[in-house]
Design a protein around this ligand. Structure first.
Ligand code: GLN
Length: 532
Protein backbone atom coordinates (compact mmCIF):
# COMPACT_ATOMS: atom_id res chain seq x y z
CA UNK A 1 0.00 0.00 0.00
CA UNK A 2 1.36 3.38 -1.05
CA UNK A 3 -0.10 6.63 0.23
CA UNK A 4 0.59 10.27 -0.51
CA UNK A 5 -0.72 12.62 2.18
CA UNK A 6 -1.36 16.18 1.09
CA UNK A 7 -1.55 18.88 3.75
CA UNK A 8 -1.94 22.64 3.53
CA UNK A 9 -0.18 25.48 5.23
CA UNK A 10 -0.43 29.23 5.83
CA UNK A 11 -3.84 29.82 4.25
CA UNK A 12 -6.78 27.86 2.94
CA UNK A 13 -7.88 28.14 -0.67
CA UNK A 14 -4.40 28.11 -2.18
CA UNK A 15 -5.02 25.16 -4.47
CA UNK A 16 -4.27 22.14 -2.35
CA UNK A 17 -6.96 20.18 -4.17
CA UNK A 18 -5.59 21.09 -7.61
CA UNK A 19 -2.09 20.19 -6.40
CA UNK A 20 -3.26 16.81 -5.15
CA UNK A 21 -5.21 16.18 -8.36
CA UNK A 22 -2.22 17.20 -10.50
CA UNK A 23 0.05 14.82 -8.62
CA UNK A 24 -2.58 12.20 -9.38
CA UNK A 25 -2.54 13.13 -13.07
CA UNK A 26 1.23 12.63 -13.11
CA UNK A 27 0.94 9.21 -11.49
CA UNK A 28 -1.77 8.31 -14.00
CA UNK A 29 0.53 9.53 -16.75
CA UNK A 30 2.91 6.79 -15.59
CA UNK A 31 0.09 4.28 -15.88
CA UNK A 32 -0.43 3.78 -12.16
CA UNK A 33 -3.89 3.20 -10.76
CA UNK A 34 -4.73 6.05 -8.39
CA UNK A 35 -7.46 6.51 -5.80
CA UNK A 36 -8.20 9.71 -3.88
CA UNK A 37 -9.66 10.53 -0.52
CA UNK A 38 -10.44 13.80 1.17
CA UNK A 39 -10.84 14.21 4.92
CA UNK A 40 -12.45 17.38 6.23
CA UNK A 41 -12.43 18.61 9.79
CA UNK A 42 -15.95 20.05 10.01
CA UNK A 43 -18.84 18.46 11.87
CA UNK A 44 -21.45 18.19 9.12
CA UNK A 45 -21.81 14.52 8.24
CA UNK A 46 -21.35 15.53 4.60
CA UNK A 47 -21.48 18.81 2.64
CA UNK A 48 -24.97 17.89 1.36
CA UNK A 49 -26.75 20.09 3.89
CA UNK A 50 -24.44 23.07 3.48
CA UNK A 51 -25.40 26.17 1.51
CA UNK A 52 -23.56 26.65 -1.80
CA UNK A 53 -22.69 30.13 -0.52
CA UNK A 54 -20.83 28.53 2.38
CA UNK A 55 -19.21 25.57 0.81
CA UNK A 56 -19.39 25.86 -2.97
CA UNK A 57 -20.67 22.98 -4.98
CA UNK A 58 -21.65 19.59 -3.62
CA UNK A 59 -20.01 17.04 -5.87
CA UNK A 60 -22.01 13.82 -6.25
CA UNK A 61 -20.26 10.53 -6.98
CA UNK A 62 -21.67 7.60 -8.96
CA UNK A 63 -22.85 5.88 -5.77
CA UNK A 64 -24.68 9.01 -4.64
CA UNK A 65 -22.27 10.25 -1.99
CA UNK A 66 -22.49 14.01 -1.51
CA UNK A 67 -18.94 15.22 -1.33
CA UNK A 68 -16.60 18.15 -1.36
CA UNK A 69 -15.86 20.09 -4.54
CA UNK A 70 -12.25 18.85 -4.49
CA UNK A 71 -13.51 15.40 -5.41
CA UNK A 72 -14.56 16.98 -8.69
CA UNK A 73 -10.95 17.99 -9.35
CA UNK A 74 -9.86 14.44 -8.70
CA UNK A 75 -12.45 12.92 -11.02
CA UNK A 76 -11.59 15.41 -13.75
CA UNK A 77 -7.83 15.24 -13.45
CA UNK A 78 -7.65 11.48 -13.01
CA UNK A 79 -10.66 10.49 -15.07
CA UNK A 80 -11.64 8.06 -12.30
CA UNK A 81 -14.94 7.44 -10.58
CA UNK A 82 -14.75 7.93 -6.83
CA UNK A 83 -17.17 6.67 -4.21
CA UNK A 84 -18.24 6.67 -0.58
CA UNK A 85 -14.70 5.82 0.50
CA UNK A 86 -13.46 9.06 -1.00
CA UNK A 87 -15.00 11.62 1.29
CA UNK A 88 -15.04 11.82 5.07
CA UNK A 89 -15.78 14.56 7.56
CA UNK A 90 -15.26 14.65 11.29
CA UNK A 91 -19.06 14.48 11.56
CA UNK A 92 -19.21 11.28 9.53
CA UNK A 93 -16.36 9.66 11.48
CA UNK A 94 -17.87 10.61 14.85
CA UNK A 95 -21.27 9.36 13.72
CA UNK A 96 -19.75 5.95 13.09
CA UNK A 97 -17.73 5.87 16.32
CA UNK A 98 -20.76 6.82 18.39
CA UNK A 99 -22.97 4.26 16.70
CA UNK A 100 -20.34 1.55 17.32
CA UNK A 101 -20.14 2.64 20.95
CA UNK A 102 -23.93 2.49 21.34
CA UNK A 103 -23.93 -1.04 19.97
CA UNK A 104 -21.41 -2.01 22.64
CA UNK A 105 -18.67 -2.78 20.15
CA UNK A 106 -15.96 -1.36 22.40
CA UNK A 107 -16.71 -3.98 25.07
CA UNK A 108 -16.88 -1.62 28.00
CA UNK A 109 -13.67 0.24 27.10
CA UNK A 110 -13.25 3.99 27.25
CA UNK A 111 -13.63 5.28 23.70
CA UNK A 112 -10.95 7.84 22.88
CA UNK A 113 -9.58 9.97 20.09
CA UNK A 114 -6.38 7.94 20.25
CA UNK A 115 -6.59 5.05 19.50
CA UNK A 116 -10.24 4.64 18.49
CA UNK A 117 -10.78 7.63 16.26
CA UNK A 118 -7.31 7.46 14.74
CA UNK A 119 -7.70 3.72 14.13
CA UNK A 120 -10.97 4.36 12.34
CA UNK A 121 -9.30 6.91 10.06
CA UNK A 122 -6.53 4.46 9.24
CA UNK A 123 -9.17 1.79 8.61
CA UNK A 124 -10.96 4.11 6.15
CA UNK A 125 -7.76 4.90 4.26
CA UNK A 126 -6.86 1.22 4.05
CA UNK A 127 -10.38 0.24 3.01
CA UNK A 128 -10.51 2.93 0.34
CA UNK A 129 -7.17 1.84 -1.03
CA UNK A 130 -7.98 -1.87 -1.04
CA UNK A 131 -11.50 -1.65 -2.45
CA UNK A 132 -10.34 0.62 -5.27
CA UNK A 133 -7.56 -1.72 -6.34
CA UNK A 134 -5.29 1.31 -6.68
CA UNK A 135 -1.50 1.27 -6.62
CA UNK A 136 -1.37 4.62 -4.86
CA UNK A 137 -3.93 6.49 -2.79
CA UNK A 138 -3.75 10.26 -2.42
CA UNK A 139 -5.18 11.44 0.89
CA UNK A 140 -5.90 15.14 1.14
CA UNK A 141 -6.31 16.53 4.61
CA UNK A 142 -8.67 19.51 4.44
CA UNK A 143 -8.02 22.82 6.16
CA UNK A 144 -4.69 24.24 7.23
CA UNK A 145 -2.06 22.74 9.49
CA UNK A 146 -2.57 24.24 12.92
CA UNK A 147 -6.38 24.09 12.77
CA UNK A 148 -7.67 22.46 15.92
CA UNK A 149 -10.22 20.38 14.02
CA UNK A 150 -7.61 18.64 11.88
CA UNK A 151 -5.20 17.57 14.58
CA UNK A 152 -6.53 14.05 14.91
CA UNK A 153 -6.31 13.61 11.12
CA UNK A 154 -2.63 14.55 11.16
CA UNK A 155 -2.06 12.17 14.05
CA UNK A 156 -3.73 9.35 12.09
CA UNK A 157 -1.59 10.15 9.06
CA UNK A 158 1.55 10.19 11.17
CA UNK A 159 0.73 6.77 12.63
CA UNK A 160 -0.05 5.27 9.23
CA UNK A 161 3.18 6.68 7.87
CA UNK A 162 5.12 4.89 10.62
CA UNK A 163 3.22 1.65 10.08
CA UNK A 164 3.66 1.62 6.30
CA UNK A 165 7.26 2.79 6.29
CA UNK A 166 8.74 5.88 4.66
CA UNK A 167 9.05 4.33 1.21
CA UNK A 168 5.30 3.64 1.20
CA UNK A 169 3.90 6.83 2.63
CA UNK A 170 5.01 10.38 1.93
CA UNK A 171 3.83 13.84 2.87
CA UNK A 172 3.39 16.71 0.43
CA UNK A 173 2.82 20.06 2.11
CA UNK A 174 1.31 22.87 0.05
CA UNK A 175 1.97 26.35 1.40
CA UNK A 176 1.76 29.96 0.31
CA UNK A 177 4.63 32.39 -0.20
CA UNK A 178 3.10 35.81 0.30
CA UNK A 179 4.39 38.73 -1.75
CA UNK A 180 5.13 42.00 -0.06
CA UNK A 181 4.59 44.86 -2.49
CA UNK A 182 6.57 47.43 -0.48
CA UNK A 183 9.79 45.44 -0.44
CA UNK A 184 8.99 43.60 -3.68
CA UNK A 185 9.79 40.16 -2.35
CA UNK A 186 8.25 36.81 -1.66
CA UNK A 187 8.38 36.13 2.07
CA UNK A 188 9.30 32.67 3.27
CA UNK A 189 8.65 32.98 7.00
CA UNK A 190 5.00 31.82 6.99
CA UNK A 191 6.05 28.69 5.07
CA UNK A 192 8.84 28.04 7.55
CA UNK A 193 6.38 28.36 10.40
CA UNK A 194 3.84 26.06 8.86
CA UNK A 195 6.51 23.39 8.29
CA UNK A 196 7.58 23.78 11.90
CA UNK A 197 3.95 23.42 12.94
CA UNK A 198 3.66 20.22 10.92
CA UNK A 199 6.85 18.94 12.52
CA UNK A 200 5.35 19.56 15.95
CA UNK A 201 2.86 16.82 15.07
CA UNK A 202 5.75 14.51 14.30
CA UNK A 203 5.45 14.91 10.55
CA UNK A 204 8.35 15.97 8.33
CA UNK A 205 7.11 16.72 4.84
CA UNK A 206 8.91 14.94 2.01
CA UNK A 207 7.88 17.60 -0.51
CA UNK A 208 6.97 21.22 -0.27
CA UNK A 209 4.82 22.74 -2.99
CA UNK A 210 5.17 26.50 -2.84
CA UNK A 211 2.32 28.59 -4.17
CA UNK A 212 2.81 32.14 -5.30
CA UNK A 213 1.20 34.48 -7.78
CA UNK A 214 4.47 34.87 -9.66
CA UNK A 215 7.50 32.87 -10.74
CA UNK A 216 9.51 31.85 -7.69
CA UNK A 217 13.23 32.56 -8.02
CA UNK A 218 15.55 29.68 -7.30
CA UNK A 219 17.21 31.45 -4.38
CA UNK A 220 13.83 31.58 -2.63
CA UNK A 221 13.39 27.84 -3.15
CA UNK A 222 16.83 27.29 -1.79
CA UNK A 223 16.23 29.49 1.21
CA UNK A 224 13.10 27.52 2.08
CA UNK A 225 14.95 24.24 1.62
CA UNK A 226 17.74 25.36 3.93
CA UNK A 227 15.39 26.73 6.60
CA UNK A 228 13.14 23.66 6.68
CA UNK A 229 15.68 20.91 6.07
CA UNK A 230 13.77 19.65 3.05
CA UNK A 231 15.82 18.55 0.06
CA UNK A 232 16.12 21.41 -2.44
CA UNK A 233 14.92 19.27 -5.35
CA UNK A 234 11.80 18.45 -3.35
CA UNK A 235 10.81 22.08 -2.97
CA UNK A 236 8.51 22.46 -5.95
CA UNK A 237 7.49 25.90 -7.22
CA UNK A 238 3.84 26.34 -8.16
CA UNK A 239 3.27 29.78 -9.57
CA UNK A 240 -0.37 30.52 -10.33
CA UNK A 241 -0.98 29.09 -13.80
CA UNK A 242 -3.06 30.59 -16.64
CA UNK A 243 -5.20 27.50 -16.46
CA UNK A 244 -5.45 24.84 -13.75
CA UNK A 245 -4.91 22.26 -16.50
CA UNK A 246 -1.40 23.57 -16.86
CA UNK A 247 -0.43 22.46 -13.37
CA UNK A 248 0.38 18.79 -14.14
CA UNK A 249 2.62 20.02 -16.98
CA UNK A 250 4.31 22.58 -14.73
CA UNK A 251 4.99 19.90 -12.14
CA UNK A 252 6.38 17.57 -14.74
CA UNK A 253 8.69 20.28 -15.96
CA UNK A 254 10.18 19.85 -12.50
CA UNK A 255 10.55 16.11 -13.15
CA UNK A 256 8.04 15.30 -10.43
CA UNK A 257 7.23 11.87 -11.91
CA UNK A 258 10.86 10.83 -11.54
CA UNK A 259 11.14 12.21 -8.03
CA UNK A 260 7.91 10.65 -6.80
CA UNK A 261 8.89 7.30 -8.31
CA UNK A 262 12.16 7.41 -6.38
CA UNK A 263 10.47 8.45 -3.12
CA UNK A 264 7.83 5.75 -3.30
CA UNK A 265 9.94 2.99 -4.83
CA UNK A 266 7.78 2.89 -7.97
CA UNK A 267 9.07 1.34 -11.18
CA UNK A 268 10.54 4.12 -13.28
CA UNK A 269 8.24 4.79 -16.20
CA UNK A 270 7.83 7.53 -18.71
CA UNK A 271 5.13 10.02 -17.84
CA UNK A 272 2.77 10.60 -20.74
CA UNK A 273 0.88 13.87 -20.42
CA UNK A 274 -0.02 14.18 -24.10
CA UNK A 275 -3.71 14.73 -23.43
CA UNK A 276 -2.93 17.59 -21.07
CA UNK A 277 -0.63 19.12 -23.62
CA UNK A 278 -3.37 18.84 -26.22
CA UNK A 279 -5.89 20.46 -23.85
CA UNK A 280 -3.55 23.32 -23.00
CA UNK A 281 -2.84 23.89 -26.72
CA UNK A 282 -6.57 24.07 -27.34
CA UNK A 283 -6.98 26.53 -24.49
CA UNK A 284 -4.39 28.89 -25.90
CA UNK A 285 -5.93 28.63 -29.36
CA UNK A 286 -9.42 29.43 -28.02
CA UNK A 287 -9.72 33.03 -29.02
CA UNK A 288 -13.20 33.42 -30.38
CA UNK A 289 -15.49 34.34 -27.51
CA UNK A 290 -18.93 32.84 -27.04
CA UNK A 291 -21.08 34.62 -24.48
CA UNK A 292 -23.06 32.25 -22.33
CA UNK A 293 -25.48 33.67 -19.79
CA UNK A 294 -25.77 31.61 -16.62
CA UNK A 295 -29.02 32.68 -15.03
CA UNK A 296 -28.66 31.24 -11.57
CA UNK A 297 -28.92 32.03 -7.93
CA UNK A 298 -25.51 31.30 -6.47
CA UNK A 299 -23.73 33.48 -8.95
CA UNK A 300 -21.42 35.48 -6.76
CA UNK A 301 -19.23 32.49 -6.24
CA UNK A 302 -17.47 30.62 -8.99
CA UNK A 303 -17.25 27.68 -6.59
CA UNK A 304 -20.99 27.09 -6.40
CA UNK A 305 -21.25 25.96 -10.04
CA UNK A 306 -17.66 24.78 -10.28
CA UNK A 307 -18.12 21.54 -12.23
CA UNK A 308 -20.73 23.10 -14.48
CA UNK A 309 -18.45 26.02 -15.33
CA UNK A 310 -15.56 23.65 -16.01
CA UNK A 311 -17.77 21.41 -18.14
CA UNK A 312 -18.98 24.33 -20.27
CA UNK A 313 -15.57 25.97 -20.62
CA UNK A 314 -13.78 22.77 -21.52
CA UNK A 315 -16.48 21.99 -24.09
CA UNK A 316 -15.54 25.37 -25.53
CA UNK A 317 -11.83 24.47 -25.66
CA UNK A 318 -12.74 21.28 -27.49
CA UNK A 319 -13.91 23.48 -30.37
CA UNK A 320 -11.18 26.03 -29.67
CA UNK A 321 -13.74 28.55 -28.50
CA UNK A 322 -13.60 30.66 -25.40
CA UNK A 323 -16.90 30.21 -23.58
CA UNK A 324 -17.21 33.31 -21.48
CA UNK A 325 -19.74 32.64 -18.74
CA UNK A 326 -21.64 35.71 -17.65
CA UNK A 327 -23.20 35.16 -14.29
CA UNK A 328 -26.50 36.97 -14.23
CA UNK A 329 -28.41 36.74 -11.00
CA UNK A 330 -31.92 35.55 -11.77
CA UNK A 331 -33.37 38.23 -9.49
CA UNK A 332 -31.72 40.85 -11.73
CA UNK A 333 -33.80 39.57 -14.66
CA UNK A 334 -36.87 40.01 -12.46
CA UNK A 335 -35.90 43.58 -11.62
CA UNK A 336 -34.54 44.80 -14.94
CA UNK A 337 -36.30 42.56 -17.45
CA UNK A 338 -34.87 40.73 -20.42
CA UNK A 339 -32.69 43.64 -21.50
CA UNK A 340 -29.93 42.15 -19.31
CA UNK A 341 -29.93 39.11 -21.61
CA UNK A 342 -29.20 40.97 -24.81
CA UNK A 343 -26.16 39.90 -26.79
CA UNK A 344 -25.92 36.44 -25.31
CA UNK A 345 -25.01 33.59 -27.64
CA UNK A 346 -26.55 31.03 -25.32
CA UNK A 347 -28.40 30.65 -22.04
CA UNK A 348 -27.97 28.13 -19.28
CA UNK A 349 -30.31 27.74 -16.33
CA UNK A 350 -28.31 25.83 -13.75
CA UNK A 351 -29.35 23.73 -10.77
CA UNK A 352 -30.71 25.30 -7.62
CA UNK A 353 -32.90 25.00 -4.57
CA UNK A 354 -35.58 27.30 -3.17
CA UNK A 355 -37.80 30.00 -4.58
CA UNK A 356 -35.56 33.04 -4.95
CA UNK A 357 -35.00 34.02 -8.58
CA UNK A 358 -37.36 31.46 -10.10
CA UNK A 359 -39.46 34.04 -11.98
CA UNK A 360 -36.30 35.54 -13.49
CA UNK A 361 -35.30 32.10 -14.71
CA UNK A 362 -38.74 31.62 -16.28
CA UNK A 363 -38.36 34.96 -18.10
CA UNK A 364 -34.90 34.02 -19.38
CA UNK A 365 -36.24 30.66 -20.56
CA UNK A 366 -39.09 32.33 -22.42
CA UNK A 367 -36.58 34.69 -24.02
CA UNK A 368 -34.44 31.75 -25.17
CA UNK A 369 -37.47 29.88 -26.52
CA UNK A 370 -39.03 32.73 -28.43
CA UNK A 371 -35.73 34.09 -29.77
CA UNK A 372 -34.38 30.63 -30.62
CA UNK A 373 -31.28 31.15 -28.48
CA UNK A 374 -29.35 27.95 -27.72
CA UNK A 375 -30.43 26.83 -24.26
CA UNK A 376 -29.36 24.22 -21.75
CA UNK A 377 -31.19 23.53 -18.50
CA UNK A 378 -29.57 21.62 -15.69
CA UNK A 379 -31.83 19.93 -13.14
CA UNK A 380 -33.79 22.93 -11.81
CA UNK A 381 -33.30 24.29 -15.34
CA UNK A 382 -35.33 21.41 -16.76
CA UNK A 383 -38.11 22.05 -14.25
CA UNK A 384 -38.13 25.74 -15.21
CA UNK A 385 -38.34 24.78 -18.88
CA UNK A 386 -41.48 22.72 -18.14
CA UNK A 387 -43.04 25.52 -16.08
CA UNK A 388 -42.34 28.15 -18.74
CA UNK A 389 -43.80 26.01 -21.51
CA UNK A 390 -46.90 25.15 -19.52
CA UNK A 391 -47.50 28.81 -18.69
CA UNK A 392 -46.73 30.48 -21.98
CA UNK A 393 -47.56 27.85 -24.59
CA UNK A 394 -50.37 25.89 -22.94
CA UNK A 395 -51.69 28.99 -21.18
CA UNK A 396 -51.72 27.46 -17.69
CA UNK A 397 -51.00 30.76 -15.98
CA UNK A 398 -50.35 29.32 -12.52
CA UNK A 399 -48.13 26.43 -13.67
CA UNK A 400 -45.37 25.95 -11.13
CA UNK A 401 -43.40 23.47 -9.07
CA UNK A 402 -44.55 22.10 -5.76
CA UNK A 403 -41.25 23.36 -4.37
CA UNK A 404 -42.28 26.98 -4.90
CA UNK A 405 -46.06 26.70 -4.60
CA UNK A 406 -46.86 23.78 -2.29
CA UNK A 407 -50.60 24.45 -2.46
CA UNK A 408 -50.66 25.25 -6.19
CA UNK A 409 -53.35 23.73 -8.43
CA UNK A 410 -51.18 23.39 -11.52
CA UNK A 411 -47.88 22.01 -10.39
CA UNK A 412 -46.26 20.53 -13.48
CA UNK A 413 -43.28 19.66 -11.28
CA UNK A 414 -43.98 17.62 -8.17
CA UNK A 415 -42.32 15.91 -5.28
CA UNK A 416 -41.55 12.26 -6.00
CA UNK A 417 -43.63 9.67 -4.14
CA UNK A 418 -40.51 8.27 -2.53
CA UNK A 419 -39.61 11.70 -1.14
CA UNK A 420 -42.99 12.48 0.41
CA UNK A 421 -42.48 11.01 3.83
CA UNK A 422 -38.88 12.14 4.13
CA UNK A 423 -38.33 14.71 6.85
CA UNK A 424 -34.60 14.55 7.36
CA UNK A 425 -32.47 16.76 5.10
CA UNK A 426 -29.19 14.86 4.84
CA UNK A 427 -28.68 12.39 1.99
CA UNK A 428 -32.39 12.13 1.29
CA UNK A 429 -32.63 13.29 -2.31
CA UNK A 430 -32.59 11.18 -5.44
CA UNK A 431 -28.84 10.81 -5.47
CA UNK A 432 -26.26 9.18 -7.68
CA UNK A 433 -26.40 7.42 -10.98
CA UNK A 434 -29.59 6.35 -12.71
CA UNK A 435 -29.94 4.96 -16.22
CA UNK A 436 -32.35 6.45 -18.74
CA UNK A 437 -33.65 5.53 -22.16
CA UNK A 438 -33.39 8.01 -25.00
CA UNK A 439 -36.05 8.16 -27.69
CA UNK A 440 -34.85 7.95 -31.26
CA UNK A 441 -35.24 10.89 -33.62
CA UNK A 442 -34.76 13.40 -30.83
CA UNK A 443 -32.08 16.01 -30.29
CA UNK A 444 -31.00 14.05 -27.20
CA UNK A 445 -30.41 10.99 -29.33
CA UNK A 446 -28.49 12.99 -31.88
CA UNK A 447 -26.32 14.48 -29.13
CA UNK A 448 -25.61 11.33 -27.15
CA UNK A 449 -25.61 8.97 -30.13
CA UNK A 450 -26.83 6.06 -28.00
CA UNK A 451 -30.15 4.89 -26.55
CA UNK A 452 -29.21 4.23 -22.94
CA UNK A 453 -27.15 6.52 -20.78
CA UNK A 454 -26.67 6.97 -17.09
CA UNK A 455 -26.31 10.29 -15.35
CA UNK A 456 -25.94 11.47 -11.77
CA UNK A 457 -28.80 13.06 -9.89
CA UNK A 458 -29.38 15.28 -6.90
CA UNK A 459 -32.95 16.52 -6.54
CA UNK A 460 -36.35 15.92 -4.96
CA UNK A 461 -38.84 17.05 -7.61
CA UNK A 462 -39.85 15.63 -11.01
CA UNK A 463 -41.91 16.58 -14.03
CA UNK A 464 -45.49 15.35 -13.45
CA UNK A 465 -46.35 12.72 -16.14
CA UNK A 466 -50.02 13.84 -15.95
CA UNK A 467 -49.08 16.84 -18.09
CA UNK A 468 -46.94 14.96 -20.53
CA UNK A 469 -49.46 14.31 -23.28
CA UNK A 470 -50.76 17.86 -23.45
CA UNK A 471 -47.27 19.31 -23.41
CA UNK A 472 -46.04 16.90 -26.08
CA UNK A 473 -48.90 17.76 -28.38
CA UNK A 474 -47.79 21.38 -28.19
CA UNK A 475 -44.15 20.66 -29.07
CA UNK A 476 -42.50 19.90 -25.74
CA UNK A 477 -40.67 16.60 -26.14
CA UNK A 478 -39.81 14.20 -23.35
CA UNK A 479 -36.80 12.73 -25.09
CA UNK A 480 -35.48 10.44 -22.35
CA UNK A 481 -37.24 8.63 -19.55
CA UNK A 482 -36.36 6.37 -16.63
CA UNK A 483 -36.43 2.64 -17.55
CA UNK A 484 -39.95 2.32 -16.02
CA UNK A 485 -41.07 5.12 -18.33
CA UNK A 486 -42.32 7.33 -15.47
CA UNK A 487 -39.70 9.99 -14.93
CA UNK A 488 -38.81 12.55 -17.56
CA UNK A 489 -35.01 12.66 -17.65
CA UNK A 490 -34.37 14.85 -20.67
CA UNK A 491 -36.77 17.32 -22.26
CA UNK A 492 -36.42 19.38 -25.40
CA UNK A 493 -38.43 21.53 -27.80
CA UNK A 494 -39.50 20.37 -31.21
CA UNK A 495 -39.43 23.78 -32.88
CA UNK A 496 -36.15 25.13 -31.61
CA UNK A 497 -32.60 24.48 -32.83
CA UNK A 498 -31.17 23.71 -29.40
CA UNK A 499 -33.42 23.92 -26.39
CA UNK A 500 -32.76 20.97 -24.16
CA UNK A 501 -32.65 20.29 -20.45
CA UNK A 502 -31.82 17.41 -18.21
CA UNK A 503 -33.06 16.44 -14.79
CA UNK A 504 -29.56 15.15 -14.09
CA UNK A 505 -26.16 16.77 -13.54
CA UNK A 506 -24.04 16.09 -16.63
CA UNK A 507 -21.28 18.28 -15.15
CA UNK A 508 -20.30 15.53 -12.75
CA UNK A 509 -19.43 13.20 -15.61
CA UNK A 510 -17.81 15.73 -17.92
CA UNK A 511 -14.04 15.53 -18.21
CA UNK A 512 -11.75 18.27 -19.48
CA UNK A 513 -10.25 15.85 -21.95
CA UNK A 514 -13.68 14.40 -22.79
CA UNK A 515 -16.39 17.04 -22.34
CA UNK A 516 -20.00 15.94 -21.94
CA UNK A 517 -22.08 15.71 -25.15
CA UNK A 518 -24.76 18.10 -23.86
CA UNK A 519 -22.11 20.79 -23.31
CA UNK A 520 -20.45 20.09 -26.64
CA UNK A 521 -23.83 20.34 -28.33
CA UNK A 522 -24.53 23.70 -26.74
CA UNK A 523 -21.16 25.16 -27.70
CA UNK A 524 -21.48 23.87 -31.26
CA UNK A 525 -24.86 25.51 -31.60
CA UNK A 526 -23.72 28.75 -29.99
CA UNK A 527 -20.79 28.83 -32.39
CA UNK A 528 -23.16 28.73 -35.40
CA UNK A 529 -24.73 32.11 -34.74
CA UNK A 530 -22.25 33.75 -32.44
CA UNK A 531 -22.50 37.50 -32.36
CA UNK A 532 -18.88 37.74 -31.32
N1 GLN B 1 -34.74 22.05 -6.32
C1 GLN B 1 -34.98 21.09 -7.36
C2 GLN B 1 -35.28 19.70 -6.81
O1 GLN B 1 -34.95 19.41 -5.69
C3 GLN B 1 -33.83 21.03 -8.32
C4 GLN B 1 -32.58 20.50 -7.69
C5 GLN B 1 -31.37 20.69 -8.55
O2 GLN B 1 -31.34 21.57 -9.40
N2 GLN B 1 -30.36 19.89 -8.31
O3 GLN B 1 -35.82 18.89 -7.49
Amino acid sequence: MKVIFVTGGVLSGIGKGITAASIGAILKGMDHRVFCQKFDGYLNVDPGTMSPFQHGEVFVTEDGTETDLDLGHYERFLDVELNKYSSFTTGKIYEEIISRERKGEYLGGTVQIVPHLTDLIKEKITLGHQTSGADITIVEIGGTVGDMENEYLLESARQLHTELGRENAIFVHVALLPYLGASKELKTKPVQHSVRELMSYGITPDYLVLRADMQIPDDVLEKVARATGIQHSHVIPAATADSIYHVPLDFEENRLSEKLSASLGLPSRKCDLAKWEHLVDNISASEEILNLGMIGKYNDLEDAYYSLNEGLRTAGYFYRKNVRIQFIDATLVEKKGISVLEGLDGICIPWGFGERGIEGMVLATEYARTNKIPFLGICLGSQIMAIEFARNVLGIADANSEEFSPEGKSNVVRIMETQKSVRSKGGTMRLGTYPCEIRKRTLAHEIYGVETVSERHRHRFEFDPEYRERMEQAGFVVSAVSPDGLLAEIVELRDHPYMIATQAHPEFKSRPTRPHPLFLGLVREMGKNAKG
